[in-house]
Design a protein. Sequence first.
Length: 232
Amino acid sequence: MAFHIAQGTPNPLALEPGANASFAIEVFVDGDPVGPGEIIQVKLPEGLVFPLTGEIRYMNLDAGINQLLTVESREPDGRLVRFKAEAIGNQPEGFYSVNVQAAADATPGDHTTPDGLTIGLTTAPLNFRVGPPQPVEHKVYGTVRGDGTVVFGSGFTARRKETGWYEITLTDRFMSAPAKTATVHDTSWGQVVVTDIAGQANLFHVYIRDLAGQMANRQFSFIAMGLATPQA
């Protein structure tokens, strides 16, 4: 009989310093299925702990199972925890969800324990990555009247510089110039052009022309999409 045990995706699990998350464990066995009671040991790398209030759950989404398990033992430093497995079949049936917390002063970078997971005589690594918040997708959108006043939306200001020429300032800070598009509410009479401003990631211009090619004041809507730093 040979057990197979592995950390689920994402692998490595990324956490910010001080953050609490959960990682998955998958396990199955060669040969005959095994009944409940096998001990699974989790050894976390330095800088990460199983919190005092942490939970271990067995989850099988197809079967509608989300079961809280008993912690058999936890070392005082929180880096070693043990619990009993449910019945183990010949393929992964569900998974175990284990809380983990990165210390506030954890060293940024990859944290790995070669024997982080143990069941019977089988071991497998655990991999985590500690680092700053990762960029997230962010959107700002709104509607602007022909006179440059805002009808709808937030995270930006607008003003009309000249006839048909509008300046949009994004007050929500993007990490780099976002992708932008704008439309006039009645597109049958003209066109809209959006231009970036060199060196100004949060500033762009909208130009509106009628069918004769003349600049014209018209109400328009826009959307800007890009990456931003998560809010604390």
